[in-house]
Design a protein around this ligand. Structure first.
Ligand code: 5AD
Ligand code: SF4
Ligand code: FES
Length: 362
């Protein structure tokens, strides 16, 4: 009986890309139907965004952070982490190398580090744009004018996870931060014409399954262009050190449902997934994901960018990661994209499919 209704919900999701909250909750809880969910997400991924995998070169340019999120190893009260901050010239040099490895996008990620003033950031953005690269920023909450300045300097995309839609949980885990301000940031970024990436953590202490359904509905309401989902991984150097890790399978389910409801967006196979499962990124690519973000940070900085323990690739070079991920993607029959990997809007693609006599993807 339960299987029948799950099959109905899956069929509805695959054809209409709309679900009620209670239907999402049912899918999140249906462990027995996991393979059907993953197969549906994989079909939708293939139909809307194809077999290409977009690679983004990740530059972790500063692990200093003025915030104090309870789950995160970069939180300002964590004295165990050795702090670093890369000079603009070094960041631009890493971006140049990333281009050499064939990446078309670099993701500039850091804690909320005030050393990078608006002028410094804009200068870095302009210099990297001049290399012909697409620039994604992941540097936290900023005032509207700052987002505008980054955009005018040429930034194309911005990543800012909502982390959780449960306001009370957010306020308990992110002291001094306002959930409403995070939402304001996401709306600002959208209005300024960025491609906006958001996402959530799965398995935070006290997080309920209903709130994961709300997370997915929020991604849809925001018209997110990219959604990154990752399991919470307990970090011993934080106040949540003793908490249980999030689940790999539940993270995959959240990601797969996200693919069903936002069929044409970009979804990364996240690093945290591979931390919990040796094949985590490849499995994610077969369950809805179409993006991988290999690290292009060099040397000891990778290890020092310690959001959570067990992070993959900390002893590897950018060149090694590039060939490693290329081999893995090829091994599952997928291709590395040669484009810049902007969101392939369903409208345009649907028209394309209709003209070739196939089902429209509206
Ligand atoms: N486990 C998993 N992901 C984490 N992040 C921060 N701390 C952890 C953790 N302990 C994620 C947050 C943030 C991103 C950069 O890293 O979701 O948005
Ligand atoms: Fe800073 Fe982001 Fe970590 Fe929070 S999650 S402490 S804002 S780096
Ligand atoms: Fe870094 Fe495989 S991607 S070692």
């Amino acid at each position: 009986m339960e299987n029948v209704s799950i099959a109905t919900i899956l069929a509805k999701a695959e054809t209409t890309h709309r679900l009620e909250k209670r239907e999402i909750v049912a899918l999140l809880q249906a462990d027995a139907c996991e393979s059907e969910l993953y197969a549906a997400a994989d079909r939708v991924r293939r139909r809307f965004v194809g077999d290409d995998v977009h690679l983004r070169g990740l530059i972790e340019f500063s692990n200093r952070c003025g915030r104090n999120c309870l789950y995160c190893g970069l939180r300002r009260d964590n004295a165990c982490v050795e702090r670093y901050r890369l000079a603009p010239d070094v960041i631009v040099r890493l971006a140049t190398k990333a281009r050499g490895y064939g990446y078309r996008t670099v993701v500039l990620q850091s804690g909320e580090d005030a050393w990078y003033t608006v002028d410094r950031m804009c200068d870095i953005i302009r210099r990297i744009k001049a290399l012909g690269l697409t620039v994604t920023l992941s540097v936290g909450e900023k005032p509207t004018e700052v987002y505008r300045a980054y955009r005018q300097a040429g930034a194309d995309r911005y990543l800012l996870r909502i982390e959780t839609t449960d306001r009370d949980l957010y306020h308990a885990l992110d002291p001094g931060m306002e959930w409403e301000n995070r939402l304001r940031c996401l709306r600002d970024l959208k209005a300024l014409g960025y491609e906006v990436g958001t996402g959530c953590l799965v398995g935070l202490p006290g997080q309920r399954i209903e709130s994961l359904a709300d997370d997915i509905l929020l991604f849809q309401a925001l018209d997110a262009d990219m959604v990154g989902v990752g399991p919470f991984i307990a970090n011993a150097d934080t106040p949540l050190g003793g908490a249980a890790n999030g689940s790999f399978d539940l993270s995959c389910r959240v990601m797969a449902i996200t693919r069903l409801l936002l069929p044409d967006i970009n979804i990364p196979a996240t690093t945290a997934m591979e931390t919990l499962h040796p094949n985590g990124r490849l499995l994610a690519l077969q369950r809805g994901a179409n993006v991988v973000m290999p690290n292009v940070t060099e040397g000891d900085y990778r290890r020092k960018y310690a959001l959570y323990p067990g992070k993959i690739c900390i002893g590897d070079t950018p060149a090694h990661c590039r060939s490693c991920i290329t081999g893995k993607i090829g091994a599952i029959g997928r291709r590395i994209s040669q484009g810049h990997g902007f969101r392939a809007r369903a409208g345009a693609r649907g028209a394309l499919l209709e003209s070739s006599g196939r089902e429209g993807a509206a």
